[in-house]
Design a protein around this ligand. Structure first.
Ligand SMILES: [Zn+2]
Length: 317
C-alpha cells in the first residue's frame, strides 16, 4: 500500500458511515444506534478482564496495516450501527431481555438474525470506507469519482455485492417467511460445553458455497458463555441448505466429544472475524500459540482455506 493510501485508509477507518437503518425493505428513516452484536450485559461481562476483551484489530505498524489481537473496551467491542432503536429493540427483544434458552426457537432465530444483520452492515461499511478512499484519490487527481476507477472503487463494489448477497439471504430465509406469517425454517446444531470457562464469544454469518443463482449457502455461528462453567455454540442454517452445510462442516458435525471443541475453535479461526477472547485467557497462551493463531486467522481472512492441524489452535484452551 502506498503511503498516501495508508493515510487515507486510517482516515477512512475513523469515519462514521452509519447512517441507515437496515430493517426490512430498508425504508426506515430513523437514525441507527450503536448496538452490540455480542451481548455486552451478559456475554461480554463473563469474558471481560478489567473492562476489556481481546479481539482481532487492524493497526498500522511501520506504515503498513496489520492485524493484531488487541484489548478493546467492552463497550466498544463487537458493536455495529445497523438498526434504529425501535427496530433493534423489536427484533431482539427476547434475547436481550431473557436469559438465553437454547430450547426456545425464538431465541435461536433472533441470535442468527443478529449475526446476519451484523454481517450485512459490516460489508456495507467496508464498501463505504473504500469508496471514501476512492473519492479522496479522485479529489487529489481532480477526476470525477463516478467516472474514474481505482483499486479502492473495485474493492468497494465487491463489498457492495457481498452486502447485497447477505440482504438476499436475509430476505429469503428470514424476512419473507415472517411477512407471510410463517416461522423461518431454520435448523440448529447446539453444542453445549460443560466445564468450559467463559473465554470466547462469537457472532458471524459465513458462506460455505453459493447456489447457481449466486445465493449464499451458509450458516450463522454464535458462541456464548452462559456462566462460569458453561458455554454454548450454535450453528444455525436454513433447512433447505441442511445437506450442503453439514457436508461442508462435516468436521464439526461429525466430531466426537474429544475433538468437538477443537474443531469448533478451528472453524472460528478460519471463518469468523467477529469474535472476542477473554484477555486473562489470552495472556495464558505461549508466544508460539499467539503467533500461530494470528497467522492462521490472517491467512484465512481473504479466502477461507484449510489450515494445518495443531493443538494450539484450540482457542478454548
Ligand atoms: Zn428502523
Amino acid at each position: 500500500m502506498a503511503k498516501e493510501d495508508i493515510q487515507l485508509f486510517v482516515k477512512a477507518q475513523k469515519a462514521s458511515y452509519d447512517t441507515k437503518c437496515l430493517h426490512g425493505a430498508l425504508d426506515c428513516d430513523e437514525k441507527p444506534i450503536r448496538a452490540h452484536s455480542i451481548q455486552n450485559a451478559r456475554v461480554l461481562d463473563l469474558i471481560q478482564t478489567e473492562g476489556h476483551v481481546t479481539m482481532p484489530q487492524y493497526k498500522l505498524v511501520k506504515g503498513e496495516p496489520v492485524i493484531k489481537f488487541e484489548k478493546v473496551g467492552r463497550n466498544d467491542a463487537s458493536t455495529f450501527s445497523g438498526l434504529c432503536s425501535k427496530h433493534d429493540t423489536e427484533l431482539f427483544k427476547a434475547i436481550d431481555t431473557e436469559p438465553l434458552n437454547v430450547d426456545k426457537c425464538e431465541h435461536l432465530r433472533q441470535l442468527a438474525y443478529r449475526s446476519v444483520m451484523r454481517e450485512m452492515h459490516t460489508e456495507l461499511a467496508n464498501s463505504e470506507r473504500l469508496w471514501a478512499i476512492h473519492e479522496e484519490i479522485c479529489r487529489e487527481q481532480k477526476v470525477d469519482p463516478g467516472e474514474a476507477g481505482s483499486e479502492a472503487s473495485i474493492r468497494s463494489l465487491g463489498f457492495t455485492k457481498k452486502a447485497h448477497n447477505v440482504f438476499r439471504y436475509r430476505s429469503k430465509h428470514f424476512d419473507k417467511p415472517t411477512e407471510d406469517g410463517k416461522t423461518p425454517d431454520l435448523r440448529h446444531l447446539i453444542i453445549e460445553m460443560d466445564n468450559q470457562k467463559p473465554v470466547l464469544a462469537a457472532s458471524a454469518l459465513f458462506s460455505v458455497g453459493f447456489t447457481e443463482e449466486g445465493d449464499i449457502i451458509g450458516p450463522t455461528l454464535n458462541i456464548l458463555p452462559l456462566n462460569a462453567t458453561k458455554t454454548v455454540g450454535i450453528i444455525s442454517y436454513p433447512k433447505e441448505q441442511e445437506a450442503a452445510v453439514k457436508a461442508s462442516l462435516a468436521k464439526v458435525f461429525d466430531a466426537d466429544e474429544k475433538t468437538l471443541k477443537y474443531e469448533l475453535a478451528k472453524l472460528v479461526i478460519q471463518r469468523v472475524e467477529n469474535f472476542t477472547l477473554s484477555p486473562a485467557h489470552y495472556d495464558t497462551w505461549s508466544d508460539d500459540k499467539k503467533a500461530r493463531v494470528l497467522r492462521e486467522f490472517e491467512a484465512s481472512l481473504r479466502e477461507p482455506k484449510d489450515i494445518p492441524d495443531h493443538p494450539d489452535l484450540n482457542i478454548f484452551l
